[in-house]
Design a protein around this ligand. Structure first.
Ligand code: ADP
Ligand code: C5P
Ligand code: MG
Length: 219
């Protein structure tokens, strides 16, 4: 009787284990869009309403820039001011660490909004190299917003953000980087049917209504 019970359990154990592992595998939504499209604003609202952790690649890079003793602080500062994309070795390390720390604190917190990544081919290659098989990319949430609105919003934000790149000179470069390097990544995901596009030129609440509809459908 006991033997049969044990055999039953051991037979079921692998599937139970793999199911647990499966649910613990990080589930990722990449959040993309031009500078000022409203990625951060919408991610904050998602976190209020859904069980996601928001990780902004830009925020992580700014924190590393400010960290005393960082070997790459000055490099990051230069890239940010120039609107260029920091080499992925740096960014992926910060993202991976933040994901691991989140899940170590609470293993159920395995859904992530990764905001502002992957922004170019180097970012994407780095993700595939380091995270392939370790996380599932569910879809890309794309905040579609024209350049004029993006620039206006960033300049407005620049009045109080203290950011070194919310000025006209940096913004021109950021928009150029977005068009030349990030749009092709969004297009690539589009060919895989993985992009969920939201018209981000409208009010915060109108945009969020569409975001909600997407998340309610897709988790
Ligand atoms: P991103 O993270 O994409 O760069 P943010 O969320 O930081 O963009 O938003 C950029 C600026 O625009 C912020 O000052 C924010 O308050 C404002 N903003 C965000 N979404 C909207 C919106 N839908 N309409 C008007 N202003 C917005
Ligand atoms: O997303 P956010 O506007 O905060 O990004 C600010 C800057 O951080 C970018 O213009 C870029 O210089 C840097 N960044 C990066 N790689 C990323 C995300 C941000 O180099 N994946
Ligand atoms: Mg942002």
């Amino acid at each position: 009787m006991f033997g049969r019970l044990l055999a039953n359990v051991s037979q079921r154990a692998p599937s139970l284990l793999s199911r647990v592992l499966l649910t613990m595998k990080p589930q990722v939504v990449f959040v993309l869009g031009g500078p000022g499209a409203g990625k951060g604003t919408q991610c904050s609202k998602i976190v209020e309403n859904y069980n996601y952790t928001h990780l902004s690649a830009g925020d992580l890079l700014r924190a590393e820039r400010a960290r005393e003793g960082s070997d790459v602080g000055q490099l990051i500062a230069n890239y940010i001011k120039d609107g260029k994309i920091v080499p992925v070795e740096i960014t992926i390390g910060l993202l991976k660490k933040a994901m691991e720390e989140t899940m170590e604190k609470d293993e159920k917190m395995c859904s992530f909004l990764i905001d502002g990544f992957p922004r170019n081919e180097d970012n994407l290659a780095g993700w595939n190299r380091v995270m392939d098989g370790k996380a599932d990319v569910k879809f890309v949430l794309f905040f579609d917003c024209n350049n004029e609105i993006c620039i206006t919003r960033c300049l407005e934000r620049g009045r109080s953000s203290g950011r070194t790149d919310d000025n006209r000179e940096s913004l021109e470069k950021r928009i150029q980087t977005y068009q030349q390097s990030t749009r092709p990544i969004i297009d690539l995901y589009e060919t895989q049917g993985k992009v969920r596009t939201v018209d981000a030129s409208r009010s915060v609440d109108q945009v969020f209504a569409d975001v909600k509809a997407i998340l309610d459908k897709e988790g």
